[in-house]
Design a binder for this molecule. Sequence first.
Ligand SMILES: [Zn+2]
Length: 381
Amino acid sequence: MDFPLSVFEKWKMVCPKCGLVQKVSKVWRCKCGHPLTLITRMEDIQLDPLILKERPLSLWRYKEVLPIVEKSIVSLGEQLTPLIQFDSMGLESCFIKLDFLFPTGSFKDRGSSIMISAAKLMGVKEAVEDSSGNAGASVAAYCAKAGISCKVIVPSYASGSKILQIRAYGAKIVVKGSRSDATNLAMQEAEKGTFYASHVWNPFFIEGTKTFAFEVWEQMGKKEPDVVVLPVGHGTLLLGAYKGFLELKELGMIENLPRLFGIQAEGCSPIVDRLHGGSGSASSSHLAEGIMIRDPPRLDEMVKSIVETGGDALTVGDHEIKENWKKLSEKGLFVEPTSAVSLAGLEKLMEEGLVDRDESIVVPLTGSGLKTPQKIARLIS
Ligand SMILES: [Zn+2]
């Protein structure tokens, strides 16, 4: 189905795998089976830093680079998330970005706000998503705001508190076996015509997460950091950060891409396995539920974004996650354990000489501690 809307005429959907280019539509998968990406002609875009000064402090201030028009914006009042100095571990210029302060308590709102705005523009009435928690809650919230009926399919291990949050927004919950069982069921519904509001497959989602890079650039005085360290499961924040910094470079706003480092949990680390061979770790993380993704559809894109920026990937174990979660709590930062993965990763990157203490470093904290009370009860008992 085509949408004769001028905003989408400036954008195209492209397959990163086979290169097929097509018009923007509700399609979420290429004929070759790969997820799609949105592109536009960057040379037609002008993002004037002086105009930014006059705009509200929200991710919508970067509207020139977003595939959406103002009249269709579905917003819960997202603000620029704070970037605060982290003066621990002998770090001189490390900044923590508090992405857990979004309306639903996780960075996923970046993607959901753009994706559900696009859905509204397309006249969508029903959406389906599969998620183990945070993305489901975020999509459910934005669908509620947009008046779109929402169904979230969760695996049987999804945490009770996250299911409650999804239900509170009025979404229908379906519990279905494993994570891949949940995905398969959602895809079946999407193939029958329901809008697939997938944080993994829907290309609009990454258009939202790329605002992370624009915010970091602006908050650091209109320059890029040397290093960004991110927790990676499906890689929605990693890919958004990469796309955002790449666009800033294409717009002539920065000269170099920051080195992107992806941190994964022991026992589930497809990027590390691809870059360095199998980790051989027998133990599997019990703390990093948000990133336990064995077979992410955008794996090739993630590996490319890391390699192209000169970054790398490594794994951390539950002991390291726990220690770094404590370090954050002791500094007043209450996050879910998955969020501590990136700080644990940074510590290891410095030990291995991949990041220097005097480099400018940005570490996002992705999810609120209020999301996972049972896990945190075990951490502090
Ligand atoms: Zn393709």
